[in-house]
Unconditional design. Structure first.
Length: 131
């Protein structure tokens, strides 16, 4: 990820709770590459990620199955190989947009009770998340 590119993640209180990724083209291209390579991601250990206070997210890769689960503000997203390809394609497409846009990344099953959205240029992270 480019040094100035920051990926912001947390839960936004929209019409329904939303696990929200906010970033620019470089940060979404980086995330797509990580998912495409099926590298496990613990967002707490990354320097170029700003997390909402008291929030954690880990993405783990499985041969099959998967889904999103949560315990309070701690999320675990288990991603199958086929879902990894779908997510990477959605994030690469979002990264290439030159105007504000978003992509719905909802996993199946979603046991966390939140929508999952990646948003490019639509929101100010400081107004959405408490960091």
């Amino acid at each position: 990820m480019h040094v100035t590119s920051m990926l912001h993640i947390g839960v936004a209180d929209f019409a329904e709770p939303t696990l929200l990724f906010l970033g620019d083209g470089d940060s979404f291209a980086w995330l797509a590459d990580q998912i495409e390579a099926e590298r496990g991601i613990d967002f707490a250990s990354l320097a170029n990620v700003v997390r909402q206070r008291n929030f954690s997210l880990r993405i783990l890769f499985m041969e099959r199955g998967g889904g999103l689960s949560r315990r309070e503000a701690a999320f675990v997203w288990e991603v199958s190989a086929s879902e990894a390809r779908r997510l990477a394609a959605q994030l690469h497409s979002l990264a290439e947009n030159r105007s504000p846009s978003h992509a719905y990344l909802d996993p199946a099953p979603n046991l966390a009770g939140v929508q999952v959205i990646a948003s490019l240029g639509e929101y100010d992270p400081g107004k959405i998340f408490q960091v």
